[in-house]
Design a protein around this ligand. Structure first.
Ligand SMILES: NC(=O)c1ccc[n+]([C@@H]2O[C@H](COP(=O)([O-])OP(=O)(O)OC[C@H]3O[C@@H](n4cnc5c(N)ncnc54)[C@H](O)[C@@H]3O)[C@@H](O)[C@H]2O)c1
Ligand SMILES: [Zn+2]
Length: 181
């Protein structure tokens, strides 16, 4: 039996991960801060039967104490998600997502926990994959100010401006992050 720590385990994906690990017979511990961007009320005491420790992943001593309880592997889902509203959101995004991951890695290294599953996002690939009927696969450019002002949010072909069909993004596609998230 593996003891798996699921950060962000009270969230959308984390809850499913906790349930799957629990059903597979693993011991699971959940860490989640109950971020107000994701939760309106207080967090439950357990997720799918797994105990929930209500801490922020940036709280290094608290996270170290959880890892010291015989954790074998970490599934890191704790993050502030979405695109934010304005630049005031920047510190909290970078704090939860970047600093939080950095603290987790430091604590894992110190505790000798070497197995990590890290959640990424399609957002790192920019607009994602699209195809034009006439030009095949294309990479849409950023939306223009004029398009946004006119309420045109769907990307168009950078060569002929035709409507595009969305496709699946491959993990090896080039990175093109366009938001702080
Ligand atoms: N939902 C999707 O469609 C989707 C798609 C691609 C990638 N992802 C990625 O999967 C991960 C989880 O996303 P989700 O949809 O389950 O989001 P979610 O908001 O439902 O869950 C994230 C959880 O992390 C917790 N959290 C936030 N900041 C924290 C902090 N500093 N310390 C501890 N806990 C914190 C929140 O309280 C929340 O319960 C994210 O990294 C996200 O980018 C999600
Ligand atoms: Zn085209």
């Amino acid at each position: 039996m593996t003891h798996v720590l699921v950060t962000g385990g009270a969230g959308f994906i984390g809850t499913h991960v906790v349930t799957a690990l629990h059903d597979a017979g693993h011991r699971v511990t959940v860490v989640d801060s109950g971020h107000p961007g994701a939760h309106r009320g207080p967090l439950p005491d357990t997720v799918a039967g797994a105990p929930l420790v209500r801490i922020d992943v940036r709280d290094r001593p608290a996270l170290a104490a959880v890892l010291a309880d015989g954790v074998d592997a970490v599934v890191h889902q704790a993050a502030m998600v979405g695109l934010g509203v304005d630049l005031d959101d920047l510190p909290e995004y970078v704090g939860c997502n970047d600093l939080g991951t950095a603290v987790l890695l430091a604590v894992m290294a110190r505790a000798g926990v070497h197995r990590l599953v890290l959640a990424s996002s399609m957002v790192v690939y920019g607009e994602g994959a699209y195809a034009c009927a006439g030009h095949g696969p294309v990479r849409p450019a950023p939306r223009t100010v004029a398009d946004l002002a006119a309420g045109r949010y769907e990307p168009t072909c950078p060569r002929c401006a035709a409507p595009l069909t969305p496709g699946l993004v491959d993990e090896d596609d080039p990175l093109d992050p366009r938001s702080v998230y």
